[in-house]
Design a protein around this ligand. Sequence first.
Ligand SMILES: O=C(O)c1ccc(O)c(O)c1
Ligand SMILES: [Mg+2]
Length: 632
Amino acid sequence: MHRAIATVCLSGTLEDKLNAAAAAGFNGVEIFENDFIAAPWSAERVRRHCAGLGLSIDLYQPFRDFEGAEPDSMRRNLRRAERKFELMERLGVDTILVCSSVAPDTVDDDDLAAEQLHTLAEHAARRGMRIAYEALAWGRFVNTWEHSWDIVRRGDHPALGLCVDSFHVLSRADNGNGKTDPAGIATVPGEKLFFLQLADAPRLDMDVLQWSRHHRLFPGQGSFDLATFTTAVLATGYRGPLSLEVFNDVFRQSAPDRAAVDAMRSLIALEEALGRQPEVRQRERIELARPAPAPELSGFAFTELAVDADSGPRLARALAAMGFAHIGEHRSKPVQLWQLGDARILLNSGGEQATAVSAIAVETADPAASARRAEALLAPALPRARGPAEADLTAVAAPDGTEIFFCRTGAEGTGWLSDFILTGTASDAPTAVTHIDHVALAQPFDYFDEATLFYRAVLGLDPRHDSEFAAPFGLVRGRAVTEPAGRVRIALHGTVLRRGDWAPGVPDPQHLAMATGDIFASARAMRARGAPLLSIPDNYYDDLGARLELDPEVLAAMRECQVLYDRDGVGEYYHFHTEVFGDRIFLEIVQRAGGYSGYGAVNAPVRMTAHRAVRSPTGEASRRLPSEGQAP
Ligand SMILES: O=C(O)c1ccc(O)c(O)c1
Ligand SMILES: [Mg+2]
């Protein structure tokens, strides 16, 4: 389909925005009026620049406070409109968005609004132009798509049609803010639907104008069902642009090239979702992106930690005490392979990077298909330095820079294990650890929403378990992306607000969590072997005993083993932690019981406070993520 983006989505000048949109592969743009007004270029120059970039100008917007005006204002409004039509002629754009009036002196009279829009359409038609009328969710009187459609119908002019914007429709459908039925859009005749704007948003219980102006997201980053919504629009016969219109405080200050790629990824993923809707699949002549389907992921092949001269030996000692065996050495790089049960960890001391999770390898049913899909979804491919006997592992970069590898352990030829000279064998899991349960990655503030879409679209993981909690260094936001059966879980966390210099650059270290079948046996065995485990204050256990009526023996065992606890409607979660290595990494052991699928977010502030001692808030510069704290 024709993919477009409103200039308001991107940061910078009009020139920056147009260049970024074209570079990301968009076919067209909506010119947001303020971007044009502030630009040093004439309309003709903008038109030429767009043409040179291969961008059509699909919409000029917005034209505000037109309908329901007193006769005197109407004369002024028509004059204002004529000036904009002249400008549109120069720009070479034939459709203008008129959004429903918010003016306090608007008259509540649908017949009057319809008559005035008819007149406006008549003026537009003389120049071969069209009026796309959009109901703002906070319009003075017109604030549902149904109401705008009723007025367009009464206005009865071929040059008068609707603009539907998923935010205005779904924000009202979702929070019970007013009666509206997104599915009903399917009944509008396609020729009366002039334009489609798409935005996602997180579910927030707040004023709808503030929600729209600050928190809109690209499709797939929030909680709206845009596939169903767009299917209803396509059912009308609408074949115009899929156009993104996102107002977002973070994107407004993000590098426009990167944001435009994120935006394009969201449309590719949406088109793919549309192709799965039976109603859409049956219609011909809809060209949709069809990336290779996401192959099934069955777990983590390995996780690689970048270590330095200090953290490397400390981590190696900790892994040994936790029961891991050092079973191999990489053929050409300073990389150690450690294993316990099915949990494999690489310690890589060859890079410049500070101690951190540097790579995650997922077990995929088809590594080549995973790589093709990642490419189709614009994941940046990473070049691999490859030695003669080494597997050709495909890797892409996640938004935070973590390398994601696609592996099939044991597969002929591509087995990554053959990169290692095996020098030992895994012990018999003396500490009951079975596999990697999850990897927790600190996200740079600017890339949190981009990361959600990346993992969802590229790896086919589902976003779940949104949390927000007050921690010693500020408010922390968490979200997990998981394989449906829970075999791959990645927990993302980041700061909710930017902060000054006192708090650490990242709110919480990254960590690697291993699953055990017996949390107390693991804790006792690891402690006996000298693992550097974290101490939890007595206050925590006193509160736990007060909040939950736990078996006194279990509570005593938790206190003895420094195990934290959570439960939800279906199951229980037991977990304990190591100290922090190199400021940026710790290890966790978890036991899930009865289908608990969370991450013990309720306990995170306690654990973070316990880690506080090793995360002194001074001298932070060296502890920021590579992508944090850089000059813009
Ligand atoms: O927030 C606004 O004013 C605004 C303007 C134009 C739009 O298309 C829209 O959806 C919102
Ligand atoms: Mg809009």
